[in-house]
Design a protein around this ligand. Structure first.
Ligand SMILES: C[S@@+](CC[C@H](N)C(=O)[O-])C[C@H]1O[C@@H](n2cnc3c(N)ncnc32)[C@H](O)[C@@H]1O
Ligand code: SF4
Ligand code: SF4
Length: 322
């Protein structure tokens, strides 16, 4: 029954959207794409138009992606880690705080397609599964993913694997040139019925960061979207990328001054609706002026020496940073 009903419902919805779009003077080509999207073809419509479609239907929006740190520190130190984890003291996120944030996001969004739990190294958190549970409770249809460097995976208990399977938690493992039996880990995940994928990370990239706010924020944001499209939740606020909430680690270690303002993130409690948050993460913030994605360099993965050059910082003679 459901299989027959579903396409019919979609077709009815798609004509409703087409009529609403026509009344609002939306051009024919955009109307066609909206209609086709609501009818089930997800590939034809860019994200902005998807938001327009769900607004017209009076629905809450869907956020494509959100990531959050479970810990800020790590048990591996990769040179130029773009979350600055080699510079972090041990810091664990709070499960009750995360539960409140997930609950609020559940009020704002119909769904978040992918919720990524990372860090730092998330498996260092003794309550890492509690984060997965809160994410799953708030978003039953989300893909909840734990991104790990794999070092602690061989030590995970059967209870962990059982709970991960029950929560439909997916594991993603970054594969570095370090001595880990990745294939054995993949077999273990498969044995426990947990979905696991691996991403090879033999090459890292460095986006220069200047103390002076000397780039155009729109240009910087447009340039970085090619590889950095990862809104981050930290303590009730959503930022367009991890550089902004965690740059304080770089400031503390090297004395660089790149102040972050309230307007560089959005408070999810204060947001009128999910559309405000969804719009926010699709636009540059003023802090992006410090960032130079067009001058990105790639380099082979290497352990961190915790030196400023790893993060694209160049000291000037007067003590400031280029
Ligand atoms: C910050 S790590 C956190 C999760 C976990 N510790 C790990 O390494 O998978 C998240 C992802 O960012 C990638 N990453 C971090 N710094 C990077 C850089 N400078 N260039 C490219 N990828 C980077 C990592 O390889 C990893 O896949
Ligand atoms: S990229 Fe490397 S240093 Fe950064 S969090 Fe992951 S494993 Fe740790
Ligand atoms: S600071 Fe802005 S421009 Fe730089 S990576 Fe983040 S979102 Fe992109």
């Amino acid at each position: 029954m459901r299989q027959v009903g579903q396409p019919q419902r979609r077709r009815a919805l798609s004509s409703r959207v087409a009529r609403a779009a026509f009344r609002r003077g939306v051009p024919a080509s955009t109307r066609f794409r909206l209609e086709s999207y609501v009818a089930g073809n997800r590939s034809v419509v860019p994200e902005g138009a998807r938001l327009t479609a769900s607004r017209m239907l009076g629905r809450k929006p869907v956020l494509p992606y959100l990531e959050t740190h479970v810990t800020d520190h790590c048990n591996l130190a990769c040179g130029g880690c773009d979350h600055f984890s080699p510079l972090s003291p041990p810091r664990f996120a709070s499960p009750p705080r995360f539960a409140r944030d997930m609950h609020r996001l559940g009020q704002l969004f119909e769904n978040i397609r992918t919720i990524k739990l990372l860090g730092g190294e998330p498996l260092l958190h003794p309550d890492v599964l509690t984060f997965a549970r809160h994410a799953r409770e708030a978003f039953p249809r989300a893909s909840v993913v734990l991104l790990t460097n794999g070092l602690l995976v061989p030590k995970l208990s059967d209870d962990f694997w059982g709970a991960a399977m029950a929560l439909r938690l997916e594991l993603e493992m970054s594969v570095y040139p370090v001595a880990i039996e990745y294939e054995r880990i993949e077999r273990t995940a498969a044995r426990h019925g947990v979905r696991m994928r691996t991403s090879r990370r033999q090459t890292f990239c460095r986006i220069p960061l200047h103390e002076a706010a000397d780039n155009d924020e729109r240009r910087a944001f447009r340039d970085c979207r090619k590889w950095m499209n990862c809104p981050v939740l930290r303590d009730g606020r959503v930022y367009p990328c991890p550089r902004i909430p965690y740059v304080e680690l770089l400031e503390r270690q090297f004395g660089i001054k790149v102040p972050v303002a309230d307007d560089d993130s959005i408070d999810i409690r204060g947001a009128a609706d999910g559309y405000e948050v969804a719009r926010f993460v699709r636009r540059p913030v003023l802090w992006c002026r410090h960032c130079h994605p067009r001058r990105v360099e790639s380099y082979p993965w290497a352990p961190s020496r915790r030196q400023p050059e790893e993060w694209g910082l160049e000291a000037r003679e007067d003590g400031s940073w280029l």
